[in-house]
Design a protein around this ligand. Structure first.
Ligand code: G3P
Ligand code: CA
Length: 383
């Protein structure tokens, strides 16, 4: 495996990982800072490649960001499980993709919270709904999670109402339990959502996140988690608080991170993927989480076009790449991998994953970790 132009024979294949377990390590005494996520064990460089990151858990099969979704992803063998973090009014971190919980919980069915429906501007976007920062953790815990896209994933609605919104600390405890039971470390990929917006509200994400990581022994360079954000300043802040590896997320080339917009930094993602931008990111992060379109842009018909040089350029700076997001349904696949006319039906996800893996990416976020794991195993076998 070549990383940053250097051979790294220590990296295990995905097939090896299926036997050994990602980041496999013998566990110590139970307890927050001493068990599965402790200081022992290999670094992110020892993860199987391609690494399969379960996007919001196994969100293709269960309502996202629930313990049920995380559990299924882990049971499927996902190497890393993703959490998106937003704060509560009383400063707890909870796992939601948005602070607007209208679409992923039953909050609208709670008359006691009807008056909390409001309109806000979040990162320059006007949103109307219910927001985590207006609820205490105890209040949020009275809600139930539901499927975000029931029209596409009708089967997942079977699980609506089954799970609550998990606090991040609950997830850390779950990871400890699972780590002890499985005799290995449980890898997490933890994103700070809207960090500038929340800091302006007095609800900075990074300090409570760092405190929790320290409490559970996940703050070290070799701890089994990645930290990630679309706002580079959040990763720079985390770099001052903990040593855990950091990933800068990159949206479309024409976009500008929200913290850049607030700070008057004129750079766009197109600037950040140039050698100078990558050099800057490598000063405080270990990886990139680019949208897949930055690896292979699509043409006007939605088909895959010519790959960019981003993988090569990022590797030259020593950065790993975990692009997002693979999903099995036609509506989310490049046009050349759709099958039939039903947008909710599965297309040729294996074909698309193969093409993306061939670009040399180090991992991938997928809503369907079982599919991505099989594709990774196929890819590893063929090499
Ligand atoms: O964090 C990687 C990927 O999850 C980024 O997209 O919007 O699903 O958080 P999003
Ligand atoms: Ca995310």
């Amino acid at each position: 495996m070549t990383q940053g132009g250097q051979t790294n024979p220590g990296r295990r294949t995905v097939l090896g990982a299926a036997v050994l377990g990602a980041g496999g390590v013998t566990l110590g005494v139970p307890g927050p800072a001493s068990a599965a996520s402790s200081k022992d064990g290999g670094s992110y460089r020892d993860l199987p490649v391609p690494t399969v990151v379960a996007h919001r858990g196994a969100s293709g099969y269960r309502p996202e960001h629930t313990l049920g979704s995380y559990q299924l992803a882990l049971d499927m063998g996902a190497h890393v499980i993703e959490q998106d973090l937003v704060p509560t009014k009383d400063g707890h971190l909870v796992c939601r993709h948005e602070n607007d919980i209208t679409g992923t919980t039953d909050v609208a069915e709670h008359p006691e919270f009807a008056s909390r429906r409001t309109t806000k501007s979040v990162d320059g976007v006007s949103l109307t709904g219910w927001f985590t920062e207006d609820f205490t953790l105890a209040e949020l815990k009275t809600l139930r999670a539901k499927e975000r896209i029931p029209g596409t994933r009708q089967e997942n609605t079977l699980y609506d109402g089954r799970w609550t919104i998990p606090s991040f600390e609950e997830v850390l405890r779950w990871a400890e339990r699972e780590g002890r039971a499985r005799g290995r470390r449980i890898w997490l990929h933890i994103e700070t959502k809207h960090p500038t917006y929340f800091r302006d509200l007095g609800l900075g994400l990074e300090e409570p996140l760092a405190r929790l990581l320290r409490t559970y022994g996940r703050h070290r360079k070799n701890s089994p988690n990645f930290l990630q954000s679309f706002e580079p300043s959040s990763m720079r802040r985390m770099a001052e608080l903990v040593a855990a590896p950091r990933v800068v997320l990159l949206s479309g080339a024409a976009t500008r991170p929200w913290d850049f917009q607030v700070a008057g930094d004129p750079r766009t993602v197109a600037d950040l993927v140039k050698p100078e931008g990558l050099k800057w990111i490598a000063g405080f992060a270990q990886g990139l989480g680019p949208t897949l379109d930055l690896i292979i842009p699509k043409d006007a018909t939605g088909k895959l076009g010519t790959p960019t040089t981003l993988v090569r350029d990022a590797h030259a700076r020593g950065l790993v790449l975990h692009p997002y997001t693979m999903r099995n349904e036609n509506s989310f696949l490049p046009a050349d991998f759709r099958r039939g006319t039903d947008p909710t039906a599965y297309g040729d996800a294996f074909g698309a994953l193969k093409v993306y893996f061939e670009q040399g990416i180090d991992g991938i976020f997928s809503d369907n970790p079982d599919t991505a794991l099989l594709a990774a195993a196929d890819f590893t076998r063929r090499r």
